[in-house]
Design a protein around this ligand. Structure first.
Ligand code: ADP
Ligand code: ZN
Ligand code: ZN
Length: 846
């Protein structure tokens, strides 16, 4: 018999479909769809036997699957199975996913003789739930189905990295058919066979190692007996290298993974808030419903997740819960809580530090139903668990849930759909829910009076912790206060820390407390310009319509003095240049202005080295994308902060997420205005979330916390309300503002960005698209229901030498908007390709 996953014999004549042949429609994994009207694909790239599209969600769309026949002797593939098929004139083997299996009717108009055979079946398979989810995703996000399926199967799974084949053997009983072979055996082999047959039947099938142990038979002897036809062989594919917590079994384990296991934490008694939330969540297990858990920072949301999962597993021991967390929150701290509660054998932690083999092993364990809890970032929403019982999305407002490349999905929204398809509840949790989720807890309109999500609230911190006091300080007042200090007018240093924050840091350090400081800007200075106001030169990236950021050379010398020099980097295309020594127009020496974490780092050392021994890299750590290049860096840093070696943690929004350190007595926001001024309708929401979240890091235990927020807009509503910990007022006001102008989440938005190296081509392409969209809109029964804005240049009109033009579509009805886009897509007028990005529910508008 040919083996299940065997390769076809290359010398054999190409198989042909016979009268009873079975067929399969297969969606190919192709990165980018071809635009039939504009750039016809070369013939070689197209299967010659394209047939009627399968029951895909948008007939005629470029998702059309191709039909292949199943050669005689090959087992029938299952829907969702990964197969290899020939593509084009050259019959290039290409991978794809089986959508449907059936008879010749799948071929449509194509004569059966023209169909090509499936080349190979692989053990990787997307389960039926996920196949349905993929079809929903392709329709919702207007993107190619092949692309979505590609995303669902990690590369490690497609390539079967780490897969091992285990062979097992069983002896055949003596019979007339085995007699000739037995007679031909050497004496020792005949004795070996006899020893095997004497073993109890329950020992078989057995691996060679077991046979050596049980009957003293060497592997070569086993091979020879098998070759003589006296042992049958069975193969089993397994994937080794499972990893539990972050870094376990990984090549570079972060410190925490090697630490001795902590003693089991005492079981907490739920707070009244937690008990109330659980009382209403537990009965929801068992069927679909959507829930939002709004719990202030430190209110113990994780404990609610853990207990809800316990209830799930008590009722259905074979069910699985998926828990999504932002990638950066996948710290040992978070993972440990799940591992400790459910045991490392039942928990899969999917994080970016896994090796390919570990990733495949985790995926396979999920698919086999061996895992009870999956904890992972965005893509874990596609974890192939067969018996999904609960989906949890922690920090559901986090923007890292949105993928910014094809397919541009939002894992929170996909999570809701996945739960719906699996008929289980979904729980979204946050201290500062996205307005999208908040809006879903409100009655929608007179026609849909019931809220779509159930709301549960945790309004007090767990244990003895209190919400910290938040003090807003006006940067203008701070500057005046500084000037009035003795010698203040002579002080030529740049101060990003005002006197209030400075004093608070000194007091906290003196009290042995720890400090966290947030500044959402990397580098040293984000503005390089000519000092001569008459010249006005400002350094821009050569490839982007954006200013560049000055980064000082990394590190300090032995005496703690920063190493001189540095470079200039564009944060959009990552191009790097040297810092110019002279203005290109008037030759004066340029100034470096503006904010950056590196500059704060220098200022902290300058101010706190003498009294508190604060030194860069020792007692002061900077956490941003420049210093934290791997997951292990991040864990090392947090570990040192947890141990108290580091006294001040300075960072970008990386430090605002989910960290729980009891000794943090002071949190400082260096400048709350960085997000406020962005040209994005979510600027206020982002600012509110950031200030609230980072403030939430203070006062998480018995020690009272203080938060100081420096701003030039001390009366701005998001800042004032975040300082008052008043989410509800903020959210309701902001929702009313959005509703008044039809912006999300009240209105639905889709954004199309056209990009081209040639400005005229980008503009013409965008104009054509806008024209087609307008025509399609005008043909709707209610053309007023969709607004089209643009084409217009994007706020960053050029990135990496590509000019960018945007078209925004807004509608009060998501269905109408999607119908419009799907219609154009079906006609081939709107396709995702290198020049066109379609973003449904966009969250970044730059
Ligand atoms: P959140 O995610 O809501 O910010 P966490 O789940 O991180 O909060 O919990 C904050 C802290 O409160 C943790 O240290 C946790 O151990 C503690 N905690 C949670 N629930 C309880 C409880 N019922 N009693 C005492 N402490 C609790
Ligand atoms: Zn650039
Ligand atoms: Zn100049």
């Amino acid at each position: 018999m040919t083996s299940l996953f065997g390769q076809p014999d290359p010398a054999a004549p190409p198989p042909r479909p016979g009268p009873g042949s079975r067929f399969a429609s297969v969606v190919l994994h192709r990165g980018i769809e071809h635009t039939p009207a504009k750039s016809p694909a070369p013939p070689a790239a197209r299967p010659s036997h394209r047939s009627a599209p399968p029951s895909s969600t948008s007939p005629g769309a470029p998702d059309a699957a191709f039909t292949y026949f199943i050669p005689a002797g090959m087992p029938e593939p299952l829907p969702g199975q990964l197969v290899r098929v020939p593509l084009g004139k050259a019959n290039t083997p290409t991978s794809g996913i089986v959508l449907q299996v059936g008879d010749a009717a799948l071929l449509g108009d194509l004569p059966p003789a023209k169909a090509k055979p499936i080349l190979e079946l692989t053990p990787a398979r997307i389960n039926p739930d996920l196949l349905a989810l993929a079809q929903w995703l392709a329709t919702y996000y207007v993107c190619p189905l092949g692309m979505v399926l590609q995303t669902m199967l990690p590369a490690a799974v497609k390539k079967q990295i780490g897969r091992k084949r285990i062979l097992r053997y069983t002896p055949l009983p003596p019979s007339p058919t085995t007699a000739p072979a037995e007679a031909a055996l050497t004496k020792p082999l005949r004795a070996a066979l006899a020893r095997l047959r004497a073993l109890p039947e329950s020992d078989f099938p057995a691996e060679p190692a077991a046979l050596r142990r049980l009957a003293a038979i060497s592997s070569p002897s086993v091979k020879r007996l098998h070759a003589a036809g006296l042992l049958t062989e069975s193969a089993d594919d397994t994937v080794s290298a499972r990893a539990g917590a972050f870094g376990e079994e990984a090549s570079t384990p972060p410190p925490d993974a090697n630490a001795a296991p902590a003693p089991p934490a005492p079981r907490l008694t739920p707070t009244p808030d937690q008990a109330r939330a659980l009382a209403s969540l537990v009965p929801a297990l068992g069927s679909f419903s959507a829930h939002l858990l709004r719990g202030i920072t430190g209110s113990g949301k994780t404990e609610v997740y853990l207990r809800l999962i316990e209830h799930l597993l008590a009722a259905r021991p074979s069910a699985t819960a998926i828990v999504l967390v932002p990638e950066i929150a996948l710290t040992p701290q978070t993972s440990r809580r799940f591992l400790d509660r459910f045991g490392s054998g039942s928990v899969a932690v999917l994080h970016s530090g896994l090796t390919q083999a570990q990733r495949n092993a985790q995926w396979t364990a999920c698919a086999k139903g061996q895992v009870r809890v999956v904890v992972g970032a965005r893509s874990a929403v596609f974890a192939p668990v067969p018996t999904l019982g609960l989906v949890i999305v922690d920090e559901e407002h986090d923007s890292s849930y949105k993928q910014d490349q094809l397919p541009r999905y939002h894992a929170r929204d996909v999570a809701v759909k996945r739960a719906h398809l699996a008929n289980c509840p979904v729980l979204l949790g946050s201290a500062t829910p996205s307005l999208e989720s908040w809006a879903n807890t409100r009655p929608h309109s007179p026609s849909t009076p019931r809220a779509r999500y159930h709301l549960h609230e945790l309004t007090t911190r767990a244990g003895n912790a209190r919400l910290p006091e938040v003090r807003i300080v006006d940067l203008l007042d701070e500057r005046r206060a500084r000037a009035q200090q003795p010698g203040g007018w002579r002080d030529r240093h740049l101060h990003l820390l005002g006197p209030t924050l400075e004093k608070a840091i000194a007091r906290t350090l003196a009290d042995r407390g720890q400090v966290m400081l947030l500044l959402n800007r990397r580098g040293y200075a984000n503005y390089i310009s000519c000092p001569d106001p008459n010249c006005g030169w400002v350094m821009h990236c050569n490839h982007c319509d954006a200013t560049v950021v000055y980064h000082k050379a990394a590190g300090v010398d032995r005496s703690g003095v920063p190493i001189p020099g540095g470079f200039v980097r564009c944060h959009h295309c990552l191009a790097e240049l040297l810092l110019p020594t002279a203005c290109p127009t008037c030759a004066r020496r340029p100034n470096t202005f503006g904010l950056g974490t590196q500059r704060v780092e220098e200022e902290l050392q300058r101010k706190f080295l003498p009294d508190f021994g604060i030194t860069i890299g020792q007692t002061l750590l900077r956490l941003d994308a420049d210093t934290m290049t791997t997951g292990a860096d991040y864990f090392h840093a947090l570990d040192r902060f947890a141990k108290g070696e580091v006294r001040i943690l300075l960072g970008t929004q990386m430090i605002a997420k989910g960290l729980d350190f009891p000794n943090v007595a002071l949190v400082g926001v260096i400048n709350a205005d960085t997000a406020l001024s962005l040209p994005d309708f979510r600027a206020a929401e982002r600012t509110f979330q950031l200030v609230c979240q980072v403030a939430g890091r203070a006062g998480r235990a018995d020690r009272p916390g203080l938060v100081i927020v420096q701003t030039a807009s001390p009366t701005a509503e998001p800042i004032v309300l975040a300082a008052a910990h008043d989410y509800t007022t903020f959210a309701n006001n902001e929702l009313a503002c959005r509703a008044a102008v039809g912006l999300p989440p009240i209105g639905r938005m889709a954004r199309i960005v056209c990009r081209d190296r040639d400005l005229d081509r980008a503009t013409a392409h965008a104009a054509d698209l806008a024209h087609a969209l307008t025509e399609a809109r005008d043909a709707l029964p209610d053309p007023q229901s969709v607004r089209i804005r643009g084409p217009m240049p994007c706020p960053i009109s050029r990135i990496d030498d590509h000019h960018r033009q945007a078209i925004e579509l807004l509608s009060s009805s998501r269905g109408t908007l999607q119908g419009l886009l799907a219609g154009l897509r079906a006609q081939g007028l709107l396709l995702s390709d290198t020049h066109t990005a379609i973003d449904v529910d966009p969250i970044a508008l730059l």
